[in-house]
Design a protein around this ligand. Structure first.
Ligand code: NIG
Ligand code: FE
Length: 413
């Protein structure tokens, strides 16, 4: 099967010259091609050719991208899309002056969503999450990470991971499941941390590993959640079970999470709003991707992560929505790119690299997706504009009009 994507105004390749990541000043280089077409063979990018030099008759399938911008399929590398219930009442309280942490201490926050998820059946959760995935696909997202973390019991964490795995089977995009049993301590283990850690490491992890329900193990290292020592115990076990690592860390407090993640060779560290000046160097030199979530800073109205310092120090920086009901009820990735540009001084090109190749790096899939290079998967977003800066300039507007996964159109508007 040969497919041609022809006549696009711009193809933003995000080329990496085979490195499959972008560090520091490389984020700025997105290598646009003009007046080119893309040849796809059997779901893989075969070549880029001058539009004038190809003839339609050589192809089984033609996708006309005249007047449009083609980019790599977007990669959303950090979400909590699998939730039930609403936290609109907490949002109202926050608007009245209560803080996110105060609300969590009073029994709201993550544990409020946990109650709603525990009451929901597998089928109810599938129906709740489906339209959220469709919205991501409509934005040009072709790879999506979804975490568990709102079950926080043996039964409910497995239920959530089974929901995520089921959705991966029925949707045409790649959905990557992450086990976040260590999101916070559920009320029944509030005063017995070790017992809950045992549930995670001795009961959940063996089942998850054996049934291949997750690729990653994530945790929330924070004063109100898991300490660095508790995170270490979980990470060591996760590695034994063949799970790759991610960590929510330095969001509100700096309690040693970053160092624990780097020592354990985590694939990504996420949040970093309170990253200490003297930790920037170690993170920037590592192979660990810094996933920044400016939607959280915006939604909770506090500091943004030091994106410029990380990029200037040569770090691998990615961006994601952190879509969840409490701290970032935002599922529009191009809005996150605009926030990153306006509030963290990232350039338009840097935001594009951060939601494509570096987001793929944060999911450990950047050798096959995230940039338009020969041999990679034929995953694309097609935007209804002739100039790629419009994607970030049109704040909050979804300009994607065609989503292509493995060479096939899966969404068209
Ligand atoms: O990434 N930091 C912890 N977890 C989520 C928030 C989840 C929630 O409030 O429900 C986050 O911000
Ligand atoms: Fe998160």
């Amino acid at each position: 099967m040969r497919t041609l994507i022809k006549n696009s105004s711009q193809i933003i390749t995000v080329d990496t010259e085979g490195r499959n990541l972008k560090r520091g000043k490389d984020l700025q280089e997105v290598y646009p091609l003009y007046e080119h077409s893309i040849i796809i063979e059997d779901e893989i990018i075969k070549d880029f050719v001058k539009s004038a030099s190809v003839s339609d008759s050589d192809f089984d399938n033609i996708i006309d991208a005249a007047g449009k911008v083609v980019t790599p399929g977007l990669v959303e590398c950090h979400t909590h899309t699998a939730y039930a219930g609403s936290r609109a009442e907490e949002f109202r309280l926050r608007l009245g002056g209560k803080s996110y942490e105060e609300i969590a201490e009073a029994g709201g926050g993550i544990n409020a969503t946990v109650q709603a998820v525990r009451k929901s059946s597998f089928d109810e959760l599938v129906s709740l999450v489906q339209p959220r995935i469709n919205y991501f696909i409509s934005q040009g997202i072709t790879t999506l990470e979804i975490k568990s973390g709102y079950g926080l019991s043996y039964y409910d964490e497995i239920k959530l991971l089974q929901v995520i795995n089921h959705l991966n089977k029925i949707f045409p995009i790649d959905i990557i499941p992450t086990f976040l049993g260590a999101h916070t301590f559920p009320p029944e283990y509030k005063n017995d941390h070790q017992q809950y850690i045992d549930v995670i490491t001795e009961e959940l992890m063996p089942y998850i590993a054996e049934n291949k329900l997750a690729q990653f193990c994530d945790a929330f290292c924070e004063q109100t959640a898991f300490s660095a020592d508790e995170t270490e115990i979980i990470f060591v076990k996760a590695r034994e079970h063949g799970l790759k690592l991610k960590l929510h860390t330095e969001q509100f407090n700096n309690i040693g999470g970053l160092q624990t993640a780097l020592n354990n060779k985590a694939i990504s560290v996420d949040h970093l709003e309170v990253l200490a000046e003297n930790d920037i160097d170690a993170l920037s030199k590592s192979e660990t991707t810094a996933v920044l979530l400016p939607g959280v800073s915006f939604f909770l109205d506090y500091d943004f992560a030091p994106a410029r310092k990380l990029i200037e120090n040569n770090a691998i920086v990615a961006l994601a929505t952190d879509y969840n009901p409490g701290s970032s009820h935002i599922s529009n990735l191009s809005f996150i790119m605009s926030l990153a540009a306006l509030k963290m001084n990232m350039t338009i090109e840097e935001t594009l690299s951060a939601v494509t190749i570096n987001a793929a790096k944060a999911l450990d899939v950047s050798t096959s997706i995230g940039s338009l290079e020969i041999g990679k998967k034929a995953d694309f977003a097609v935007f209804d504009t002739t100039e790629y800066s419009d994607i970030v300039y049109n704040v909050g507007k979804n300009l994607n009009c065609i989503t292509i996964k493995n060479g096939k159109i899966i969404y068209q508007n």
